[in-house]
Design a protein around this ligand. Structure first.
Ligand SMILES: Nc1ncnc2c1ncn2[C@@H]1O[C@H](COP(=O)(O)OP(=O)(O)OP(=O)(O)O)[C@@H](O)[C@H]1O
Ligand SMILES: [Mg+2]
Length: 363
């Protein structure tokens, strides 16, 4: 299921056609922005088909980490369609970059870097036209900053703005006098319709299932596979005796502890909330702050499995972590641990059946 029934007829309003013609004349990077369900993806798909019909080589970057069409959720995908498509989801991701969340506001820098990397790759392959589809996240100051930074990074030749009223104006106003960018304001087609939150969740679930279909567990030593996006494994662990002492003070099992930049990070079986625990730790470690992470938080946490050159090989879900043996088991479609160079910890826990468990904002 991708939300776009194959029998669906796409209407291309005449103003859309005019904009497409103008874009095809110059090619270059085309960024499509707009609120949710305005038709960004539908417009992108129509433009892909028009460009292919004009014998142009096309690259598409899908930076919608929530409703991904190209590649799995929580990633920016890049693909090179060669045949006419009925849905952007038909495009195979030849490359993808890990962001680690389905909520763009949670990881703006990661989303920007991933988007830029995929755009550069697409242009590096010599595409005549590169289409950048974006999230429908347009409201509020974070969204405005994100969109402006994306524009600054990828320097689109064309920005297509699909808006019902003037909801995108604040995002594009810095560029209205930019001589290198063409701004095209369009109204959504009268056939644009809302995707219910149920449909959005179901589409994402299907995508997660696909990402972990026939996955198996690969095991890696921490030392050979550094972690990113998390403090874990970067500093010397506290010895078992001290862990026991901490466990007694906080009245919870401390599995692992390491100190970084004035904070003692502790992995526990449950988060200690008692005032007594705080006082006890303050007395024992007067110069440190404390941060507790429940071991459960790491279970089924999404990770990006990267090779030694930093290329994303595939997604993974943490199955187990042994703090004593310093090994980690990851459920993934990546065939063997030998190719793995690092694990990028994400900010969402997902069950292999596709159900999202929770967001993990900070690790
Ligand atoms: N021109 C059109 N003709 C027919 N249907 C359309 C058209 N534009 C949009 N739709 C329909 O409206 C719905 C929303 O469109 P689409 O998914 O392209 O919007 P979007 O802006 O990409 O949404 P999102 O914010 O989820 O990324 C879809 O079901 C799509 O098929
Ligand atoms: Mg879309």
């Amino acid at each position: 299921m991708n939300g776009y029934p194959s029998s669906q007829i796409i209407t291309v309003p005449s103003e859309w056609k005019d904009v497409m013609d103008a874009i095809l004349k110059t090619g270059g990077v085309v960024m499509v922005i707009g609120d949710t369900d305005c038709g960004k993806t539908t417009f992108s798909m129509s433009l892909v088909n028009s460009a292919l019909a004009s014998k142009m080589s096309v690259a598409v970057v899908d930076s919608d980490v929530g409703q991904s069409e190209i590649g799995p959720p929580a990633c920016v995908g890049l693909g090179f369609p060669t045949d006419q498509i009925r849905s952007l989801g038909e495009i195979v991701a030849t490359e993808k970059a890990f962001v680690g969340t389905t909520n763009p506001a949670m990881r703006i820098p990661e989303l920007l870097v991933a988007t830029e990397r995929m755009v550069m790759k697409g242009l590096g392959r010599g595409a005549d036209i590169l289409l950048l589809d974006t999230t429908g996240f347009v409201k509020g100051s974070i969204a405005r900053r994100l969109k402006c930074l994306k524009v600054d990074l990828v320097q689109p030749r064309h920005i297509v703005i699909l808006q019902r009223n003037d909801e995108c104006e604040a995002m594009i106003s810095p560029y209205i006098h930019n001589r290198h960018m063409h701004l095209h304001r369009l109204s959504p087609s009268s056939d644009a319709n809302w995707k219910s939150s149920f449909l959005r969740t179901e589409r994402r679930r299907a995508k997660w299932i696909r990402a972990f279909e026939n996955a198996h567990v690969i095991e890696m030593e921490w030392e050979r596979c550094p972690f990113r996006g998390v403090w874990l494994g970067a500093a010397k662990p506290y010895p078992p005796l001290e862990l026991r002492e901490i466990s007694e003070i906080i009245r919870a099992q401390a599995y692992h502890a390491e100190e970084q930049a004035g904070t003692l990070h502790v992995i526990v079986d449950r988060i200690p909330l008692e005032e007594r625990a705080r006082e006890g730790m303050d007395r024992r470690y007067p110069n440190l702050r404390f941060s507790y992470v429940s071991a459960e938080t790491l279970r089924r946490l999404l990770v990006g499995v990267h090779d030694v050159e930093g290329k994303l090989l595939g997604l993974g879900l943490i199955q187990y972590v042994s703090f004593r043996k310093r090994i980690i088991g990851v459920l993934t479609q990546v065939p063997t641990p030998s190719a793995v160079g690092s694990l990028f910890f994400g900010a969402i826990r997902v069950h292999p059946d596709g159900n999202e468990i929770e967001m993990v904002p900070r690790l």
